[in-house]
Design a protein around this ligand. Structure first.
Ligand code: ATP
Length: 470
């Protein structure tokens, strides 16, 4: 993690006292399948709200107020982690230099022609806009002032902008009541929509998708930012299909060794430690693990009929990656998800470790079709090392490779006799996995979540519910 920057909003004693519980809809796409799994349309929209004093409380809309109040985290007495919007804006978004300065002098209408709405968020619509100068199209998100999170979102977007995996903030226009964020246009839609349209991804595609997501999560963490709302609704695609992480409305600055508190995130993706106390950037790894689950098997791992039930599942359900749909998924994939969805945060791997995991490496090697993969087969008689080439033949089964360039990474059991190389590759991967090092020496190394893992009741696994889960 990066060291604390000037202007960082958190410190070691920070307690946000914020409950930003996004009872998330899949969006405005008009399919009932896209509704979240607990009638979220009836649920509250918990406001992204930060307050700076010890009176911080959680504001809920609708009937969830009392139900959620018990799990809200109040800030410790006397701490004040947040800066008042009135005096703090300049300081907090001091790095928004060129764009903001320009924006303060000019109005957005001077520079852009606003077009149709292209997205609906909790805090307003996102519109298409066209530069009067260049004619280039962008997306414009208007955020009403007043919420601390709004200021923070602007600041963090600017802080992260420039990475190819982050939606670029092109300009900020500040008005008395609102900010207009002019962003790079992601006209390829959202990852969630692809997932719902296409069903479970092949392992190769899932690995490539996860890798892109993890690269940007790693970047955020290196930059001292925890996103706190990793989910496919917040992953947008460009026209060319490049993934971009969006919606930094819940993101927080964090320094090495710091902890955040406060309930924030989207229920199905929220990490267990968020529900029970202090947490760190590792919450993003958990959420990415939930995403990986959804990518590979088309359903969310933690479900329930109510918010409490979902949270209870997150805290207690033991997933079984050895049974059911997971039987058709390769062992390295199961190993990785087990390491991401472990409740023991010290055993949960980091973004960097995810990126170095053999499953990711295997499926995302740029030229794996062309180049032999040199595998060192440790502890195997008479085979100090072998050269293996990933088979170009597509294999039968659900997780076919999309482009035919690389075959499915099968489980060891499913290896055919003429696939000795591939079998050896799997074994080698298994060996490699057992040697994956967790960087901090004191960490417990677990190959699976902290206990036996059992799927939830079959009612949750019905095909019709798979999409609803999002
Ligand atoms: N840069 C962009 N290019 C294209 N569409 C975008 C862009 N940014 C946002 N959108 C669209 O607008 C929607 C809402 O944007 P965003 O998630 O940033 O707003 P929000 O108010 O924070 O929403 P949420 O309710 O998810 O928290 C997105 O789901 C997406 O469809």
């Amino acid at each position: 993690m990066r060291k604390k920057r000037k202007g960082s909003e958190t410190d070691a004693s920070t307690d946000l006292g914020v409950v930003n519980l996004d009872l998330d809809h899949a969006g405005s796409v008009g399919s009932s399948n896209l509704k979240s799994h607990y009638s979220l349309e009836d649920c509250c929209r918990l406001k992204k709200r930060c307050k700076e004093d010890a009176d911080i409380h959680i504001e809920f809309e609708g009937s969830f107020k009392s139900r959620l109040a018990g799990i809200a985290t109040a800030p410790p007495f006397g701490t004040s982690s947040l800066i008042t919007p009135t005096r703090g804006l300049k300081r907090k978004i001091g790095c928004i230099d060129v764009a903001t300065q320009m924006g303060r002098k000019k109005k957005i209408d001077d520079d852009y022609v606003t077009g149709e709405a292209i997205g609906q968020g909790k805090f307003g619509s996102v519109y298409l806009c066209r530069s009067r100068g260049s004619g280039a199209e962008s997306a414009c998100k208007t955020l009403k002032k007043g919420e601390e999170t709004v200021h923070r979102e602007v600041e963090i977007m600017q802080h992260l902008s420039g990475h190819s995996g982050v939606v670029t903030l092109q300009a900020v226009y500040e008005e008395a009541e609102c900010f207009h964020l002019v962003m790079e246009l992601c006209s390829g839609g959202r990852l969630i929509d692809q997932m719902l349209k296409e069903g479970p991804f092949s392992e190769q595609r899932a690995a490539n998708t996860l890798k892109e997501v993890m690269l940007v999560i790693k970047y955020c963490h290196d930059m001292g930012v925890v996103h706190r709302d990793i989910k496919p609704e917040n992953i947008l695609l460009t026209k060319l299909g490049k993934l971009k992480l969006a919606d930094f409305g819940l993101a927080m600055r964090i320094s090495e060794g710091q902890n955040l508190t406060g309930l924030a995130g989207s229920p199905a993706y929220v990490a267990p430690e968020v529900l029970s106390g202090k947490y760190s950037e590792k919450v993003d790894i958990w959420s990415a693990g939930v995403l990986m689950h959804a990518l590979l098997v088309g359903s969310l791992p933690f479900k329930g009929d109510s918010l409490e039930a979902v949270f209870e599942a997150i805290k207690t359900v033991k997933l079984d990656f050895q049974a059911g749909m997971w039987e058709s998924i390769s062992k390295p994939a199961r190993d990785l998800i087990g390491r991401m969805l472990t409740r023991d945060t010290s055993a949960r791997i980091s973004a960097d470790e995810v990126l170095r995991h053999p499953w990711i490496l295997f499926y995302t090697a740029q030229s794996m079709k062309m180049l032999p993969i040199k595998i060192k087969l440790k502890n195997q008689t008479g085979a100090a090392s072998r050269q293996l080439v990933a088979s170009p033949e597509p294999r039968l089964g659900r997780n076919m490779i999309d482009n035919g360039s690389v075959s499915e990474l099968p489980s060891s059991e499913s290896c055919y006799s003429d696939d000795q190389d591939e079998c050896a590759l799997i074994d080698a991967l298994a060996t490699a996995i057992s040697h994956v090092r967790i960087s901090e020496p004191k960490r417990t190394r677990l190959c699976s979540p902290t206990g036996p893992i059992v799927q939830q009741g079959s009612s949750n696994m019905k095909a019709n519910n798979l999409c609803k889960a999002f």
